[in-house]
Ligand binder design. Sequence first.
Ligand code: SF4
Length: 515
Amino acid sequence: MSEKKVLLHITDLKQYFPVGKKQIGKEQLFVKANDGISLDIYEGETFGLVGESGCGKSTFGRTLLQLYRQTAGRSIYYGRSVEELAPKYVSDIFNNLPEKKRKCEEARERAAKLRAEWEKMPEGTAKNIELQKLNEAETLARNELLDITALIGGLYVADDLKEISQVYVKEYNATLNRRKYNDQITTLRAEVSNKRSAMKEKGKGESEIQRAVQATEDKIKQLQSQVAQEEKQMQAEAARIQEFKKQNKAKKDFGLYESYMDSGINLANLTDVEMRFLRRDLQLIFQDPYSSLNPRMTVGQIIGEGLLAHHLFKKGDGKMQDYIMEVMEKCGLASYFIHRYPHQFSGGQRQRIGIARSLAVNPKFVVCDEAVSALDVSIQSQIINLLLDLKEQNHLTYLFISHDLSVIKYISDRIGVMYLGNMVELCETAELFERPYHPYTEALLSAIPTTDMDHKKEAIVLEGDIPSPIKPPRGCKFNTRCQHCTEICKEVEPKFEEVTPGHFVACHHKLNVPK
Ligand code: SF4
C-alpha cells in the first residue's frame, strides 16, 4: 500500500459546530464532530469508515468534500496540481510571505517554549493536562510551516521568492482569463445554434442566416485567438520557471524551511468558485435513494444536471442524451428509462440513478455515505458489486462510510474505526478482523452475528451511550465504556500512532499486539 500514490492527505481535520448563539459572558460551546483526524487515502483504494451512529463519520465525508467548511486542519488533494487550478490562496501566501514567515516563526518559538516548560514539570495530573496544550501548539506550528514549505518547496533562497511569486501571480491571472474566455465562447456558441434553429423554423435561407450570425461568429473567432495567445504566453512562462527551478535546485539551504515539495491543493483554503470547479472530481453518493432525487425531474434531467453545471455538454446537445444512456446502462439501468420519474423505480433502481448521477461527471474520488444502508439485504450486494465494477472501470477511489462492519469488510481495502469524532484504529481489512488492537474495535467485531458456532466469540456489551460530543470525557474519550480502562486513560489522551507497519491505533493498553 505504501508504494501507492496518495490522493488525499488529511492532517488534523477538525469540524466543530457551534451550539446556539454566543452569549456575552458565557463560554461558546461546540459539537466536536471531528476532532483532529489525520490519514492518507490512496489512489484506487476503497477506504472503509465505520463506527456507531453519531461518531462523526458522515460529517467527515462531507467535510472532506467541503460541503461543510472545515474548522481547522489541512486536506490536500493530489488529483490535480496547484499549477493547474491556480487557487487564490497560493497567490495570497506569496503576496504575504513575510507576514506568513513571521507567524510561522512565532508559532514555532511558542511551541518550543511550551515544550521546554513541559519537560521540566514534575510527573502528574497537571503535566498530563498541559500535554494537550503542547500538542495543539506544535500542530499549529507544523501547519503554518507546511503552508509555506508546501508552496516554495524549500528549494529557493529568499531573493528568488519574489520572482517565483510574480510568475505565479501571472499564471494565476492567465488561468482565470482563459476560463472566462472559454465560458464566453460556450455561451456565444449556444447563441449561434439557437439563432440558426429559430431562423430555420421561420424558413429563412442559409445566406440570410449566415449574415445574421456572422457578428457572433467573428466574436467567437476573436476570443479563440485570445485564448490561443494566452496559452502561448503561459507555455513560455512555464518553460521559464522550469528553467529557473532547475538552476536553483542546488540551493537547498533555505534556513527555516525544510526540503519539502508539494503540489497538492489544500481543499480547505479554496474559494467557493474554485471548489465548485473541483466538485466534478469529488462526488457523493447519498444514503437515502428516495429523498436525494428530485421527484419533478426525469432520470435524464437528474443525470444531465451535473453535466451541464460542469460544462461537459451544452444545453440541447444531442450527444448528451447518448452519453446519459451509456452511463445508465453502465449502472444497470435500461436506457429507455431516461424519461421516467423517480417514483416509477424501486429503491435499488433509485440508488443506481444516484450512482449514475455521481459517476457521469467522471469523478476521481467518491464518498459513499451509507450508500446501501437503506436497501434490502438482497439488493445491497447487487449495489456493492456494481460499485466495485465501476471502481475498476473508472479508476475510482472510494471513501465508503457504513455502520455495518460486514458490509465494510466486503468492500474495503483498509478500514478506519471512528469513535466520538476521532479515528481510534486504522489498518488493512484482514488485519483488523484478525487482530484488533483497540478495545472499541474488539467490541464492534464481537457484535457481528455469525453462524459459525465453532469460532463464535462472546459478545462484548458496550454499556451506555456515546458521551456528548459537546463535553467529551477527558483523556481517552472511550474511557467511560471501556472494560480495560485505568487511571491514565482518564487523564491522558492516547496518541494515534503506527504500532506495527500500516496498523495505527490510539490506546494506552493495546490488545493483541504481536510481541
Ligand atoms: S486508552 Fe484506556 S480507556 Fe481508552 S480504549 Fe485504551 S484501554 Fe480503553
